[in-house]
Design a protein around this ligand. Sequence first.
Ligand SMILES: [Zn+2]
Length: 124
Amino acid sequence: MKIEFKKIPQSGIDFEVKQDNIKFCGNAKRVDKNLVKCNGNMSGSFNHICDRCGVDFEKVVNQSFEIYASNGIYNEDNYDNLIEYFDAYVNFDTMLKSELESLKCEYLYCKNCSRENNNNILGE
Ligand SMILES: [Zn+2]
């Protein structure tokens, strides 16, 4: 899903994209001539290999995001989470992809390992 920068209003426009089992939806608002702010929620699950024991497991995702999109190069360093687009469109599919990639870069543990990390709550 792509929306042209100039068609994104200050009052905001809803978007929703999916990739495999991940749903990425929210609202995009123009905050400046060439800057759009996207707020929303990413939910669903993806398969991942546990960074501790190496087992393949399903990671459940449910988290909010705030991402800025700029039309072309953005020179100021005001935002941590900013994606530059160079074809005059905001592309929500690549936005989802980059958000998912940054999530996969974190250490992710399967249920067993995250349970151990929680000081043996179950008393095992
Ligand atoms: Zn594990």
